[in-house]
Design a protein around this ligand. Structure first.
Ligand code: AMP
Ligand code: GLY
Length: 418
């Protein structure tokens, strides 16, 4: 198989490494990729948001499967453009990607499908926002309706801060969604679907706040781990029954089937399981740990979803190993990341047993690799236990130098019993 991955982050690098382990895959291409991906795959400098350019490239390299990583190309219809050329594509249509592209739409689908979620108030004016803040009470949860790269949500006890975020969203021309606060730990559960059959992957947990002990602002994700030893034994079954299958069925009923990866962000609240959000693509950094544990060939799974044949796929095989991912972020991330710093120690870190150093915001400058984005690297450790996976990931992190960079030191610590 010849595969083309669209995107340039550590999630895409994890997809590259999983496809390279897969004996059915002969060639892996990535558009546009990054400095690390370039040493594992053939990279092509095209605009990932340009559907015709992606479809032209897929045709030119003879791709059997195109896999779209990020949400922005999906919401922009890049999967539709690829399929229009008769090329199999893993990723939902633009219409189905609205599950992530509009929080108001996602709430509407959840209501129709009877999926448990936080009670929302969709507001178009400041007066509506003020009334909703009074109605829902603190802590306030205020969300930009549209895509905001993980930074559109403010959770705060401060009414003035909640109002200020709502005003900023409204001023930018977007509606704003306020909702009931959900307590309890969060879990990310991914499911691969062809629009009818739904195959759940393994749960993972993401660390959204920038600092240790969940301090500081929300980010795109500072680390992740899987499995979750503390989670209820029936978590996957219950999520399949109450969330994933009903949502896929509802999307099909509407004539806009969702085929690709459905990411359920869940809160295990004192009142039971609730959906925090849907995403229409693999999560980052959870993919880095979920794929590290997948023993089945990734290409067969994604191709079956893209071609409507998931019902015929044998059950997925999973490793008993644990995986822990630590994100190294540039100085100033998430507010104002400093780019251009030189990164050293990458080869030594990648050589640590059980470790993959996956690149996100990196660029080659001559012989050097420099930081080119906020989240720079995902360092993934795999081991027999979470404690061992953690030890390996942090041993590799210690070998990497990027001036001013920061990372969390408590990823998976509690789950590993440390
Ligand atoms: P979202 O972009 O919807 O995933 O939100 C980003 C993060 O904000 C989530 O992972 C939660 O940590 C937090 N969050 C979102 N919605 C709620 C809610 N209703 N209650 C509590 N926290 C929330
Ligand atoms: N890990 C959060 C996300 O991918 O949206």
């Amino acid at each position: 198989m010849i595969a083309l991955i669209v995107g340039s982050g550590a999630r895409e690098h994890a997809l590259v490494r999983a496809l390279r382990r897969d004996t059915q895959v002969n060639e892996v291409h990535v558009a546009p990729g990054n400095a690390g991906i370039a040493s594992d795959a053939q990279v092509h400098a095209i605009d990932p948001l340009d559907g015709e350019a992606v479809a032209d490239l897929a045709a030119a390299i003879g791709a059997d499967l195109v896999i779209i990583g990020p949400e922005a190309p999906l919401v922009a219809g890049v999967a539709d453009a690829v399929r229009a050329r008769g090329i199999a594509c893993f990723g939902p249509s633009a219409e189905a990607a609205r599950l992530e592209g509009s929080k108001a739409f996602a709430k509407e689908v959840m209501a129709a499908a009877g999926v448990p979620t936080a009670r929302p108030a969709v507001c178009a004016t400041l007066a509506e926002v003020e009334a909703a803040l009074d109605d829902l009470g603190a802590p306030y949860v205020v969300k930009d309706d549209g895509l905001a790269a993980g930074k559109g949500v403010v959770v705060t006890d401060d009414r003035a801060a909640a109002l200020a975020h709502a005003r900023a969203c409204l001023d930018a021309g977007s509606q704003v969604v306020l909702e009931e606060y959900l307590d309890g730990p969060e879990v990310s559960l991914f499911a691969v679907t062809d629009g009818v059959t739904v195959v759940p992957l393994r749960p993972a947990q993401d660390f959204k706040r920038v600092g240790d002990g969940d301090s500081g602002p929300n980010t795109g994700g500072m680390g992740s781990y899987s499995p979750l030893p503390w989670s209820p034994a029936d978590l996957v079954d219950e999520t399949m029954r109450t969330v994933l299958q009903p949502t896929v069925d509802e999307m099909r009923r509407r004539g806009t089937p969702f085929a690709g990866l459905l990411y359920a962000g869940l809160a295990l609240t004192s009142k039971g399981l609730r959906v925090v959000e849907y995403n229409c693509r693999f999560g980052d950094p959870e993919t880095q740990v979920v794929l590290a544990r997948l023993d089945s060939p990734l290409s067969s799974l994604l191709l079956a979803a893209a071609t409507g044949t998931l019902a015929d796929l044998p059950p997925l095989q999973w490793s008993d190993d644990a995986a822990v991912c630590v994100v190294i972020a540039a100085e100033g991330y998430p507010e104002s990341p400093v780019t251009g710093g030189v990164i050293t120690g990458l080869a030594d870190a990648d050589a640590v047993e059980g470790v993959d150093v996956l690149h996100a915001g990196t660029r080659a400058e001559g012989a050097e690799i420099v930081a080119s984005g906020g989240r720079v690297l995902s360092v993934v450790g795999r081991g027999a236990t979470l404690a061992e996976a953690r030890e390996r990931a942090y041993a590799a992190v210690a070998l990497i130098d990027l001036p001013g960079a920061h990372h969390r030191s408590d990823i998976a610590a509690r789950a590993a019993g440390q």
